[in-house]
Ligand binder design. Sequence first.
Ligand code: GLC
Ligand code: GLC
Length: 822
Amino acid sequence: MRYGHFDDAAREYVITTPHTPYPWINYLGSEEFFSLLSHQAGGYSFYRDAKMRRLTRYRYNNIPADAGGRYLYINDGGDVWTPSWLPVKADLDFFEARHGLGYSAITGERGGLRVKTLFFVPLGETAEIQKVEFTNTTDVVKTFTAFSFVEFCLWNAEDDQTNYQRNLSIGEVEVEQDSPHGSAIYHRTEYRERRDHYAVFAVNTRADGFDTDRDTFVGAYNSLGEASVPRSGKSANSVASGWYPVGSHSVEITLEPGETKSLVYVLGYVENPVGDKWADDAHQIINKTPAHALLGRFATADQADAALEALRDHWSNLLSKYSVSSGDERLDRQVNIWNQYQNMVTFNMSRSASYFETGIGRGMGFRDSNQDLLGFVHLVPERARERIIDIASTQFPDGSAYHQYQPLTKRGNNNIGSGFNDDPLWLIAGVAAYIKETGDFGVLDEPVPFDNEPGSEVPLFEHLTRSFEFTVDHRGPHGLPLIGRADWNDCLNLNAFSTTPGEPFQTTENKTGGVAESVFIAGQFVFYGPDYAELAERRGLTDVAERARGLVDEMRDAVLTHAWDGRWFLRAYDYYGGKIGTHEHPEGKIWIEPQGIAVMAGIGVGSGPDDADAPAIKALDAAEEMLGTAHGLVLQYPAYTTYQVHMGEVSTYPPGYKENGGIFCHNNPWVMIAETRVGRGGRAYDLYKRIAPAFREEISDVHRLEPYAYAQMIAGKQAVRHGEAKNSWLTGTAAWNFVAISQHLLGVRPDYDGLIVDPRIGPEVPEFTVTRVLRGATYVITVTNSGADGAVAKLTVDGAAIDGNLVPHAPAGSTVRVEARV
Ligand code: GLC
Ligand code: GLC
């Protein structure tokens, strides 16, 4: 069952009912100002940091769900309703929410009045625009009043929901009903002391009234759906003093039959230089000059439309870097539009703010951000470069890393812990991807500090060396990497032994046993080690490169010797040196991570798809057999039914959820890539389709989350709610699935000396064209595909046959035609 449909020409998902199983959201903004927006206008806005600079309130865990947003109440002759359906929930004659790239439009109609609100954050602005069109669809004149509404957050979102003894006394606003471009409300809590920023909420016409005090607007003991001011039909002109500041303007509108009128609302974030905060000597009136300038840029509907057009062009340009035309609209829309869009969102947000992440707890992850980069780097390489430097600047001199850093300060955050021994190697992954995309080897000479310590700068390449050597220096009894606090699987805490209820596994004391080893990190080392060696080689460090290659070979041998269980790769050795992920155990016999990463790294691949004795083939077959479901591969099987103190958080989840036998959409693509590595593209594509949201649209009632964004997890086969997704949007799933489909199945991936064309997608996609813009040159790659297992492409480049699969880099501005026969 579906709740809407894709509109590919417009690059939108069209939700046709408010009654989706869960709020289906979109993200507005891609630079500094961001908004989360559900199809019912729920969500919130922030400037750069979802914790420290929250503009508006949202209530997680609330009843009813999705409470808090930007609402427009209509009072039409006493009939009060909201076009976004929530919060009033009056029946609508028409409802439609269109989520597009960086904008959404929500339309509701009732009683012959159609109200369409377009929401977006313009490029280069720190504001959300809400352009509203009111249309009279009847043949009589209509007069009604529109009441806007936002509820301000007192900036620090955590403090805002905990520190009431202070906060209920500090709220301050200014109202400017005769603002140069309409009417404006300023939220200026804490501006009189140390803050240099305020929020403005304005409408581009002189409002008939306003409210800034929540209890007045909503009415004591009312829900938002019962708000009293809209019901009374008239603003109370309340001025907040402490308690709960809000922003609302009322505008009375008269429409002739068929007539449309529009209003533009702006919710903005404004900063003043510290010496220029005030408009008066007594420091009582805030300096509104920059706010007025902002409002002047959106004083008319035409200005708003032009800004939306610029945003659309911006996205057309971004998405032109990689696109496929395959004849399957689901594949095309997934690759060309939604996956790349989600890559941008994850790059911007890391794991901070979604409907599953409160924006309070988590900063930028060292591991997460490096992986997010893999799917983002082709969109805006300069921003990827900046991110790499930020991440590397938090590294410790011994190569280890804070697990996270705060986006505002860019400082490592110890509250989340450290000692995740996979973290360092992800830096090599991120840097290698960036250089393959751009050819900017110079980045390796960039001076980068350790732990942000001025004076400690060394060239970025030295950071990669520390990452590599960290793994080399932390090997256990089998020559495999020590796991530390955990590896990619945050919940595999082999040194923690926590028995205290509620104690966070991320920070609990970690025993330094020096025994627990990770086969995942071993695979990661074999996968990314060659990139380190290659970069060393290109810097003339032949000895370093040679040594690195030798160490990679050693690790490969260690995996085959000590991490092979007979039919699949082991997952780890525990604190006592016991095996994890072995057929010898009743639960957790086989885990997905090592099967994916080891085979991706080429460990045990043998002679290809027909080599039934090759460990890689056995491991992938076992993975499908034991982990496979119609909704993707579960993380391990059987899931743990009891708490395993020596394994930590992984066994805290009920069977089938999250890291305990859930379908992690982040590591399924490793298996897809592994399948292409052994030449089984058909199997790779089959797995791709099982988890790709656009292919799951028809089962939206089972999947329940957005059909246009990947979720972190789908409940596994032992879960009560098998097939149901959770944690949509902010997950490494986005980047990895894009890498898998674009680079390994469709098979077009940048490399140091050219563009590799190596399609392995199986017979279901017999022909397709990929257009790839790389370093300024455009490659149009037409593929005729038998899809046979093990088949390798033969290429012609501008008509001439070439050996191998590397198309050399062409000059910027040129167009290269590549034909591939597989
Ligand atoms: C989450 C975390 C990521 C971790 C994964 C598996 O997605 O953000 O860092 O690798 O879970 O535990
Ligand atoms: C990751 C895991 C999650 C775990 C969390 C700890 O996000 O997916 O299960 O609780 O890390 O921060």
